[in-house]
Design a protein around this ligand. Structure first.
Ligand SMILES: O=c1ccn([C@@H]2O[C@H](COP(=O)(O)O)[C@@H](O)[C@H]2O)c(=O)[nH]1
Length: 226
C-alpha cells in the first residue's frame, strides 16, 4: 500500500491544538502525520485519536526499544489506535523485532530505526562501532528484514543502498532539508528530491514545515519538488 504523498509531516509539539492546527494547514500537501515522543508523552492515546479524526495515516514514531516482552506488550497496547506505521529500534535485536511485528495489528507497518540521522561517524566510534555508517545501516536493515519487519528508517545517505538490498521495504527517511535550509541537530541530511530519487518511500519533514512562518506554503513548496 502506498500513501497519497510520500511526504509525512513530523508534528513535534506537546500541544494538541497546535498539532491539529498545523495538520489542518498542511493536510492537502502531505500523505500522513508523524507523531513522536514529545506529542505522545504529553497527549497519550487520546491525543492520537484526536489526530486520527483528520483522516490521514498516522505514523507513531515511538522508537520502541526494550526487551522483547516489554516491546510486544507496548505494541499490543497501541493496537487499538490502528497506526499506519510504528517504529522500533533495530538495536533491540531480532527477537524484539519479531515480537513487535507479531503483536502489531495486521495493517500496521512496523519499521526499524537503524542509525539516527542525528549521528555521524564520530558518534558511531564513540559507541565502539568500528564499521562505517553505511555498513552498520546495511547490517541492521538485514536484521529487520530477517525479523519480518516492513522496512527501516535510515538517512538519505544510505537509502539508495537500502533500496537495492530491500526493494520492497518501506524506506523512511528523516533528516530531510530543503537546499540551504538550517539543519539543526541533524547530521546526515539530503533534500526531499534527493531522498525521493534515491528510493525513499516516506520522507519525514518536521521543522522546515512546522517552524516556517507559513507552514502551508512550506509544505506546498516541498511537495512541488517531489
Ligand atoms: O533517525 C531518525 C529517526 C527519526 N527522526 C524523527 O524525524 C523527525 C525529524 O524532524 P525535523 O524537524 O525535520 O528534523 C523528528 O520527529 C525525529 O524524531 C529523525 O529525525 N531521525
Amino acid at each position: 500500500m502506498s500513501y497519497h504523498s510520500p511526504l509525512f509531516v513530523a508534528l513535534d509539539t506537546d500541544r494538541l491544538d497546535h498539532a491539529r492546527a498545523l495538520a489542518e494547514a498542511v493536510r492537502h500537501h502531505v500523505g500522513g502525520l508523524k507523531l513522536g515522543l514529545e506529542f505522545f508523552a504529553a497527549n497519550g492515546p487520546a491525543g492520537v485519536r484526536a489526530m486520527a479524526d483528520l483522516d490521514l495515516p498516522i505514523f507513531l514514531d515511538l522508537k520502541l526499544h526494550d526487551i522483547p516482552n516489554t516491546v510486544a506488550k507496548a505494541m499490543a497496547a497501541l493496537a487499538p489506535l490502528q497506526p499506519a506505521i510504528v517504529t522500533v529500534h533495530a538495536a533491540g535485536g531480532r527477537a524484539m523485532m519479531e515480537e513487535a511485528k507479531a503483536a502489531a495489528p495486521e495493517h500496521t507497518r512496523v519499521v526499524a530505526v537503524t542509525m539516527l540521522t542525528s549521528l555521524d561517524t564520530e558518534d558511531l566510534r564513540a559507541m565502539g562501532v568500528g564499521s562505517s555508517l553505511a555498513e552498520q545501516v546495511e547490517r541492521l536493515a538485514a536484521n529487520a528484514r530477517d525479523a519480518g519487519l516492513d522496512g527501516i528508517v535510515c538517512s538519505g545517505e544510505e537509502v539508495a543502498m537500502a533500496h537495492r538490498a530491500w526493494p520492497k521495504g518501506l524506506l523512511v527517511v528523516p533528516g530531510v532539508r530543503p537546499a540551504d535550509g538550517p539543519v539543526g541537530d541533524q547530521k546526515r541530511v539530503v533534500t526531499p528530491r534527493e531522498a525521493r530519487d534515491r528510493g525513499a518511500s516516506v520522507l519525514v519533514v518536521g521543522r522546515p514545515i512546522t517552524a516556517a512562518e507559513d507552514p502551508d506554503a512550506a509544505a506546498r513548496a516541498i511537495a512541488a519538488t517531489l
